[in-house]
Design a protein around this ligand. Structure first.
Ligand code: AMP
Length: 282
């Protein structure tokens, strides 16, 4: 497995691979890797690509500096995991390599409110930072296919919109959420959960499943209100529990309206903020 720290070195390798007729599959990550990330690598392999993963804790997508500081970093363990999963190349750039001093790579796209709901309400500026880094990394890696997790559903929706707006020749592949045996979505943040909160955290997925089972029997707002209460009663602090159209992210009022309906939630388990979602209808 090759490890690149410089843009120019990675680009030279990508150029060589493409000249040899090979396609590139790309999985951007922020490290502290787990089996959910490995699923992106496995799917890229399945699709026959040379697979590149990036590990870059992007400072511009953290609205809370403490969150950035506390973000787990374990590069040696990450590299072992990537190697064992058969990743071909890893890009681990410095902040200066991604954001060269003196040049502004910030994108200015209008996401038509996709970035203003759910996560956008609680993490202002997060999605412009995320879209900027993904766009910059795509520009460097030039993949044919981009692998992202359903776990970050709003992120994936915004990246899909960015690819469409910029007319990028890239296929976006949505990878299903990998979960622990008790249903908790795998996340780099889970390792920060106290034993008590780790025991409570699976209630998030249970509540999403409960909500999905209530479809049609109740209105979306009834389900939403009761789900918020269930999360609170379990000892979590929910921020939102929204039932939305899977493309526009607009609230769903009537079940028969949407082809693709997703329920998304964010909740604090102690001081760890967790997100999860479930497709209700597709
Ligand atoms: P992160 O390192 O948390 O920024 O995530 C990098 C990529 O891995 C994103 O596309 C995530 O959606 C994806 N990912 C994170 N957790 C999971 C999971 N449990 N299952 C599938 N994909 C995931």
């Amino acid at each position: 497995m090759l490890i690149f720290k410089k843009v120019a070195d990675l680009q030279a390798w990508v150029k060589q691979e493409r000249a040899g007729g090979r396609s590139i599959g790309f999985a951007p990550t922020m490290g502290a890797l787990h089996d959910g990330h490995m699923e992106l690598i496995r799917l890229s392999h399945r699709d026959g690509h040379r697979t590149v993963a990036s590990i870059f804790v992007n400072p511009t997508q953290f609205n809370d500096p403490k969150d950035l500081e506390k973000y787990p970093r374990m590069p040696e363990k990450d590299l072992l995991l990537l190697h064992d999963t058969g990743c071909d190349a890893v890009f681990m750039p410095s902040v200066e390599e991604v954001y060269p001093p003196g040049s502004d790579v910030t994108i200015s796209l209008d996401f038509r409110q996709l970035d203003e709901v759910m996560e956008g309400v609680f993490r202002p500026g997060h999605f412009i930072g995320m879209a900027t880094v993904v766009n910059r990394l795509l520009d460097i890696v030039l993949p044919q296919s981009l692998y992202m997790g359903q776990k970050d559903f709003q992120q994936l929706t915004i990246v899909r919109d960015m690819i469409r707006q910029l007319n990028l020749p890239i296929e976006l592949v949505m990878c299903p959420t990998v979960r622990e045996s008790d249903g908790l979505a795998m996340s780099s943040r889970n390792m920060r959960l106290s034993p008590e909160m780790r025991a409570v955290a699976p209630v998030i997925y249970q509540t999403l499943q409960w909500a999905s089972g209530q479809m049609r029997a109740r209105t979306a707002s009834e389900i939403q209100a009761e789900a918020m209460q269930k999360l609170q009663e379990a000892g979590l602090q929910p921020e939102y529990f929204d039932i939305v159209d899977g493309i526009s992210l607009k609230p769903v009022e009537r079940w028969e309206e949407g082809e693709f309906i997703v329920v998304c939630t964010a909740a604090f388990a102690g001081d760890v903020r967790l997100i999860d979602n479930l497709v209700m209808k597709q």
